[in-house]
Design a protein. Structure first.
Length: 289
């Protein structure tokens, strides 16, 4: 009997140790009986993080906005943010769903949880949270080593970037994230960390509104040394800049793809490095094109 009891204890202990539990960005514990093999990603940034970890082969579905890397568009799309098709998601038999939750997605993810599907809320609201998300997703996908490697590399790269420009002459830089109406962001928004790392100051950073309006009068008063459009194409950025070029601003007009700096994923770092290098050429002693 003692041997049988010991054997049963060992089996139970082994099974318990095989479970995987992590905490998501909403503070919920997410537990899997084993590493995820069928993942549905409901956010573009989550899709990119999963691919960076090497979990691409385990992704069986995506949201309609997930478009990077290119091969992901071959996967079934199960709706857009705010309009996810729960039946389509369930048909893919996921053992993990990764989603950006919020008022518009909460109904779908709540229903998925009620149906017994583990949901990891991935909402990194700052660059500093990206490594933690990489580690957590790596753990859930059975890719702990990859999660640690990717997280450590990102942390080291970001620290090096911030250190490089920590004592550089500050620049007055306005990020533009939309038009009609023209808008920027305050310093509480995700993308603000990129400009801070570059040694840039956003004159609208202290505004109460998350996305302050840009006007010709306020831009003239802020004396920007650069305006950076988070736009998808050069043509789109040029259209945004057209109204500012007539103001006679002594500013550089730069563009960064919104899908890089605007997504809390692995491409934030190389995009930030490239932007910082561009902005650095605007400092005293460099010529503004």
């Amino acid at each position: 009997m003692r041997r049988l009891a010991a054997a049963l204890w060992l089996i139970c202990a082994t099974a318990a140790s095989a479970t995987i539990t992590v905490q998501d960005d909403a503070g919920h514990a997410v537990t899997l009986a084993q590493s995820a093999k069928r993942i549905v990603s409901l956010s573009p940034h989550a899709t990119e993080l999963l691919y960076a970890l090497g979990a691409g082969p385990h992704i069986v579905g995506r949201d309609g906005a997930s478009d990077y890397p290119a091969e992901v568009v071959k996967l079934p799309a199960v709706g857009q943010y705010g309009a996810f098709n729960v039946e389509a998601i369930m048909a893919l038999r996921p053992d993990l769903v990764v989603a950006w939750e919020g008022p518009q997605a909460g109904a779908a993810t709540s229903r998925l949880r009620a149906l017994g599907v583990p949901v990891f809320a991935s909402e990194p609201d700052s660059v500093a949270r990206i490594p933690a998300t990489l580690r957590a997703l790596g753990r859930l996908a059975g890719l702990d080593a990859a999660g640690e490697t990717q997280a450590s590399q990102f942390e080291a790269g970001w620290q090096a970037l911030a250190a490089r420009y920590a004592h550089a002459a500050p620049l007055n830089v306005v990020p533009q994230v939309g038009t009609a109406p023209a808008i920027t962001v305050n310093d509480k928004q995700f993308v603000a960390a990129v400009f801070h790392a570059c040694g840039a100051r956003n004159p609208y950073g202290s505004e109460t509104a998350a996305v302050p309006l840009l006007s010709p009068e306020s831009l003239l008063a802020s004396h920007p040394q650069a305006i950076v459009a988070l736009a998808d194409t050069d043509k789109e950025a040029d259209a945004w800049f057209a109204q500012w070029r007539t103001l006679g601003l002594h500013a550089a007009y730069l563009r960064v793809p919104a899908t890089t700096l605007g997504r809390p994923g692995p491409r934030v770092l190389p995009a930030a490095q490239a932007l910082c290098a561009q902005l650095d050429r605007l400092r005293p002693g460099a010529k503004i094109d």
